[in-house]
Ligand binder design. Structure first.
Ligand code: ZN
Length: 547
């Protein structure tokens, strides 16, 4: 069996009838019902399972999950609450099944139950919370549609708004919300709005793309480190990600590099492309072969893609972002002087800006940033983070961590090679997060706050989560977790730390995981891979960031 290959991706609902009685295998093995037509966005188009998939195992996993006392109590408290299998995966002998939580057929965002089987035995974890709210909205889908379009400067609705449940955190009540998806228009990119189903209040306005830093960062001068924290000391060799080249010829997935031009993009807000129509972009490199118009940016993008594919295939036996050898497409010269790079999880490609030529060079110059974006491609196929707050910050943190390892550079500063000023500290620093300032000011002192190195230094944000507050801190608070990654490399060595973090990212996190859950998931995953002594070191690494 291919390691690290997703075997699911489609949704079956197994009956949870008879729950609370002694569940018998006969009840658990009731024929699955297809749910995909009701949840097109969550699960994508229905795919038939490959033949020979261990369905009986998945069904057994569901039975075990539903018998876990906390999950059992939550399911019993609400008769309409059910779990549906959404993913199955295997890596390093650890098999995982993930189940999505629904109440009366309404998806509970980020709420999942996970079952793992490996050398350390069986583990069940979950991110479920009590829901117990009325599921009848005050506002109709029609009213929400009009409201969403008005709020979104008349961008078109892509589909009828869908009801979702947004779980409450730390004892807060859950909220009934609508997810309204707006397409790109008026110079603005596609966004997903979460709107309260009773008050019509906007809770979040989330970009669908995953970029390397927020838009306000992109148009300002780089922040400067305070002199006492500039970390100018030479980085000792043991401290840096391994520089070893990836070994010998691997058969990596095909790579295309396209060039954005007026034909294939309309430039919108902040120099970002409003939309990229890949078919009409110029073909610069096709299946790794240089075409006539191949330029320096496209060749650099080709090298970045090769390095990323080779890293994941050689270290984790993962074939491309989807684990199935999908072609890796990148677009260079995206936008107009765009000071950013992004991964588009809907259309599965990465895009590089050329930079403004004053602060930034072409974003193709940074392999760590390219590795960051392509790691978002893996995350959007596995953990599927919800994209705001701590869950979104986990997405950014794992992207930074693997981006640095893919680059093999002797430094933990991300994107340093992008800056024209050689003294610029980079976008983020995994070794010393405090060395770089965010764009958010301390209200009392009027000074820019540094990126946090531990949980107690995190920057708090108020809803709605949107571009102006970095989706409630997805980039700015990510350094707590990426610094934990750095701490694990120091204690365990790179080989063990990267395997562990890969297992956590692809199999141990629910889409709505927060920092605490990520810490606990890492300790659990460690038990499957390594000795108690190693896992004590992992706990120490997380303690160093206050988790
Ligand atoms: Zn990112």
């Amino acid at each position: 069996m291919l390691m690290g290959k997703w075997v699911g991706g489609c949704a079956f609902l197994f009956s949870t009838l008879g729950f609370g009685l002694a569940a018998t295998p006969a009840q658990a093995l009731e024929a699955p019902k297809f749910l995909t037509h009701r949840y097109p966005f969550l699960f994508g188009p229905f795919q038939k399972l490959d033949s020979g998939q261990p369905w009986a195992k998945a069904q057994h996993a569901q039975l075990l999950v539903e018998q876990q006392p906390e999950i059992r109590a939550l399911l019993q408290a609400e008769p309409g609450r059910q779990l549906a299998l959404i993913q199955g995966a295997e890596y390093e002998g650890v098999q995982t099944y993930k189940f999505q939580d629904f109440v009366e057929g309404i998806e509970v965002l980020g709420s999942q139950a996970l079952q793992h089987e490996g050398p350390a035995g069986m583990q069940v974890s979950h991110s479920m919370e009590p829901v117990q709210i009325t599921l009848v909205p005050s506002l109709t889908t029609g009213e929400i549609g009009v409201l969403a379009q008005t709020l979104g400067s008349n961008r078109p609705l892509e589909a009828e708004p869908e009801l979702k449940i947004l779980p409450g955190k730390e004892g807060q009540a859950a909220r009934l919300v609508y997810l309204a998806r707006l397409g790109a228009a008026q110079g603005k990119p596609a966004v997903d709005l979460l709107i309260h189903a009773h008050s019509g209040q906007v809770i979040a306005e989330l970009d669908r793309i995953r970029d390397v830093h927020g838009p306000a960062d992109a148009t300002k001068k780089p922040s400067t480190p305070s002199s006492s924290r500039s970390g100018k000391k030479a980085v000792p060799p043991t401290d840096a990600p391994s520089k070893k080249p990836v070994q010998a010829k691997l058969k990596i997935a095909p790579i295309d590099i396209l060039g954005a031009n007026d034909e294939c993009q309309q430039v919108g807000f902040g120099g970002m492309p409003e939309k990229l129509m890949l078919r009409t972009c110029e073909k610069l490199i096709v299946n790794g072969k240089l075409q006539k118009k191949a330029d320096i940016a496209s060749k650099q993008a080709l090298l970045n893609s090769q390095k990323t594919l080779e890293y994941y295939l050689s270290k984790h036996k993962r074939d491309s972002f989807n684990g199935k050898g999908a072609k890796l497409i990148s677009v260079v010269h995206a936008g107009d002087g765009m000071n950013n790079a992004f991964w588009d999880p809907e259309n599965h490609f990465m895009a590089y800006g050329d930079g403004d030529g004053e602060t930034f060079r072409s974003f193709t110059q940074a392999t760590d940033v390219a590795g960051h974006e392509m790691t978002h491609g893996i995350a959007s196929d596995t953990a599927k983070f919800t994209g705001m707050g701590e869950s979104g910050a986990l997405d950014e943190a794992y992207a930074d961590f693997f981006g640095k390892l893919i680059s093999g550079e002797d430094s933990w500063a991300l994107g340093k090679t992008l800056y024209i000023d050689p003294k610029a500290p980079g976008i983020r620093n995994l070794k010393n997060p405090n060395a770089i300032l965010t764009r958010f000011k301390d209200e009392k002192t009027g000074k820019f706050k540094p990126y946090p190195a531990k949980a107690s230094e995190m920057i708090a944000f108020q809803e709605p989560c949107n571009r102006s507050n970095d989706g409630c801190g997805v980039h700015v608070n990510s350094t707590v977790i990426s610094h934990a990654g750095y701490q694990m490399v120091q204690r365990l060595g790179q080989a063990k730390a990267e395997k562990l973090n890969y297992l956590v990212l692809t199999q141990y996190l629910s889409s709505g995981a927060d920092f605490k859950k990520a810490r606990n998931a890492t300790v659990e995953a460690c038990a499957q891979l390594y000795s108690n002594a190693d896992c004590e070191l992992v706990k120490d690494a997380w303690a160093a960031v206050g988790l």
